[in-house]
Design a protein around this ligand. Structure first.
Ligand code: PLP
Length: 371
């Protein structure tokens, strides 16, 4: 079998941590109880789900609850449901940052057919939203403001606490997509709703979570047996929940060592790619993301030339779709600059050697292109 490429696409997904795998195995192999059954096998499974819920709640604000979902996308869709009740109070405006993931943008746009006006709010050329401009946009008619903690394409961190304050001043709710920052970047205590994904934190695919502040109502999206407070029916997988919980626990436990390791990798990458320009702010950034561009490079060709490195052009969703990155466009980059941008994502399991070898392969291919 061909050797696996060096994996530098940790924003798209992360490898499963060995500890997470070990935690999940007994719940796949030995135990099969339905966590919603009343007998002993069910109660054992339910206990594991509840431990996982506590673990996932670790990095989240107090005063709310964690509902398990199939993905962060599903959690985001649930969160948007909160606007339905606000419509009856005359609130019919939704504001999302222009740099949001498709899970937020497209869900927001789907509310246009329910009579909501959707504003894609601009970001500055460094990727950070201007709070002054945002304050002007949020008005008494605003039902919901959605902004992400860490951008999946450029790694920029938004001033979430201040954004929530602005939303609350006008009686609007705030939904935060914390997928790319959970367990690594602090989540402000004042958010109303948050969406998380296990497969971005070295956990399993197929499970996410929706965090909901007490007292906020969201209608069910999936009807059925009434699980997850009646908001998300369907039998939970104890194995996925246990894996997600363990992954969350490891993120908290390893937070400082992970951050130090990623900073070392980022420093190395910045020196290896010194001839490239960084897209997005350097001071408000998650260091595991390096989005860079180099004039004249054809990234589509680069990706096919450099088979030894798994990296991305724009976001994993945008690359392959043929659509130029809406995030890089929101920074004000020209189409040619967007087409010459790549995203490198480092994680817990990357080594300095990965960065050295990957930069060698990429830079050699670039020099050959530009020669
Ligand atoms: N939000 C962000 C910022 C993401 O990076 C992703 C995944 O790419 C999602 C949401 C969607 O997460 P999931 O794959 O769990 O639906």
């Amino acid at each position: 079998m061909a050797k696996d490429p060096i994996y530098l696409d940790n924003q798209a997904t992360t490898p499963l941590a060995a500890e997470v795998f070990d935690t999940m195995v007994p719940w796949l192999r030995d135990h099969f109880g339905n966590p919603h059954s009343a007998h002993i096998l069910g109660r054992k499974a339910a206990a594991v789900v509840e431990v996982a819920r506590e673990q996932v709640a670790g990095p989240l604000p107090k005063g709310g609850s964690v509902l398990f979902t199939g993905s962060a996308t599903e959690a985001i869709n649930l969160g948007f449901g909160a606007v339905r009740a606000l419509k009856t109070e005359g609130k019919n405006k939704i504001i999302v940052l222009d740099s949001e993931h498709a899970a937020v943008r497209d869900t927001a746009l789907s509310y246009e057919k329910h009579g909501f006006m959707v504003e894609k709010h601009p970001i500055s050329s460094d990727g950070v939203v201007s709070l002054e401009q945002l304050a002007e946009s949020i008005d008494d008619k605003t039902a919901l403001v959605a902004a992400m903690l860490v951008n999946n394409e450029i790694g920029v961190i938004q001033p979430i606490e201040e954004i929530v304050d602005l939303a609350h001043k006008k009686g609007a709710l705030m939904l935060c997509d914390v997928v790319q920052g959970y367990g690594r970047v602090d989540i402000p205590n004042n958010v109303d709703m948050a969406a998380i994904s296990a497969h971005k934190i070295y956990g399993p695919k197929g499970i996410g979570a929706f965090w909901l502040r007490d007292g906020i109502g969201v209608p069910p999206m999936i009807h059925g047996g009434g699980q997850e407070q009646g908001i998300r029916s369907g039998t939970l997988s104890p194995a996925l929940c246990a894996g997600f919980g363990r992954a969350a626990e490891l993120c908290l436990k390893n937070r400082d060592t992970d951050a130090a390791h990623i900073q070392i990798l980022a420093n190395k990458a910045q020196s290896c790619f010194a001839d490239w320009t960084i897209n997005g702010a350097m001071d408000q950034r998650y260091m595991g993301n390096l989005n860079i561009r180099r004039d004249g490079v054809d990234v589509a060709r680069l990706m096919s030339d450099v088979r030894g490195v798994a990296f991305s052009a724009g976001s994993a969703c945008a690359s392959g779709s043929g659509r130029p990155s809406h995030v890089l466009a929101a920074l004000g980059l020209e189409p040619a600059e967007i087409k010459s941008s790549i995203r490198l994502g480092f994680g817990r399991y990357n080594s300095l050697e990965d960065i050295e070898m990957a930069s060698k392969y990429i830079n050699e291919a670039v020099e050959a292109q530009l020669a």
